[in-house]
Design a binder for this molecule. Structure first.
Ligand code: HEC
Length: 103
């Protein structure tokens, strides 16, 4: 799977809005943190810890298709929930935003 969107300012900004406030039921920032480094408000209570999207070593081996699948379906046995209400475009915008945070 490849991202159908270009990393334009508009798309990255839309991903930013979803990440920080509008994604339902819980915006990503609560767990993944303000800097996308996995240090969200409640990270200490979550095992395994939320992913650190700023870590190049972690992110370089994760394909767009895998990111897409996890955001839509969640990661079984962890606190990463499936965001079933987001449409495809919104998920790709989130992925652009997440990738923009990688060092
Ligand atoms: C309730 C806490 C929580 C929320 C809210 C949350 N996540 Fe996660 N997320 C996690 C945890 C914990 C993991 C680690 C799961 C694992 O180790 O397999 C994770 C993993 C992921 C991964 C997996 C990366 C990989 O290794 O394949 C992606 C992508 C992701 N989150 C994106 C998001 C996005 C985008 C949002 C918002 C739409 C979001 N998450 C909201 C807790 C959360």
């Amino acid at each position: 799977m490849k991202n159908m969107l270009e990393p334009t300012a508009e798309n990255v900004l839309a991903g930013n809005n979803l990440y920080n406030s509008t994604a339902k039921p819980i915006p990503c920032i609560i767990c993944h943190g303000i800097k996308s480094d996995g240090i969200g408000l409640i990270f200490q209570r979550i095992k395994p810890y939320p992913r650190n999207f700023t870590c190049y070593q972690t992110m370089k081996d994760i394909s767009d298709g895998q990111l897409f699948w996890i955001i839509r379906n969640g990661s079984h046995g962890t606190q990463m929930l499936g965001f079933t209400k987001l449409d495809d475009k919104q998920i790709w915008q989130l992925i652009l935003y997440i990738r923009s945070a990688t060092d």
